[in-house]
Design a protein around this ligand. Sequence first.
Ligand SMILES: *[C@@H]1O[C@H](CO)[C@@H](O)[C@H](O)[C@H]1NC(C)=O
Ligand SMILES: *[C@@H]1O[C@H](CO)[C@@H](O)[C@H](O)[C@H]1NC(C)=O
Length: 182
Amino acid sequence: MRALHLACLLCLALSSAAQQIHDVWQTTWDRSKLFTNVSPTKPINFTTSVDSPSVKVHVDDTREVQEIVGFGATLTDISALTLTNMKVTDSVKYWELLKRAFDVTYGSDSAGLNYLRVPLGATDFSSTVYSLDDTENDTNFRYFDVNRAPSYVFSTLKDIRSVNEHLKVGASTLFIIKMPLI
Ligand SMILES: *[C@@H]1O[C@H](CO)[C@@H](O)[C@H](O)[C@H]1NC(C)=O
Ligand SMILES: *[C@@H]1O[C@H](CO)[C@@H](O)[C@H](O)[C@H]1NC(C)=O
């Protein structure tokens, strides 16, 4: 059975000397089990670690399985603002940080990230709430304007691009539901 189990272990410790798991709750991807009690008949005992044989990982580089676009991070408004402030206070460290994160020619000191996700509009990591089109009923996006994003997002992206010209940027929506304050 193709099952992706999300097991929730609730542990009741009897004493610090003999810690045991009495309750196991499980929710499966196909919802056949929803927070279902699957506790063992006998409690599972925590034991001290024992020497295990070394784990061997075999990489078969003749077989391609999945194409990888890249590895990266998300540049939220707040991360761009933090980086921009850092550029002002310590530009040497700023550029070193960008190189360590994105510059693939920086050798083993670099994470070599080549993908950045940039949210379209504000997220919970923004200093103000905005979207790229806040005009009511503008279903044709006549007033859509990417420049509603703070300018420091673009300047930071430009700087990152300057240390890794192959950087891919993916824009994604993250919805914020505006709730009236009661
Ligand atoms: C856990 O330890 C207790 C005694 O400390 C023992 O009775 C019990 O059988 C053990 N449980 C398992 C699953 O081995
Ligand atoms: C937007 O559309 C709703 C529903 O049609 C309408 O009630 C509202 O007055 C409109 N708002 C503006 C600013 O046109």
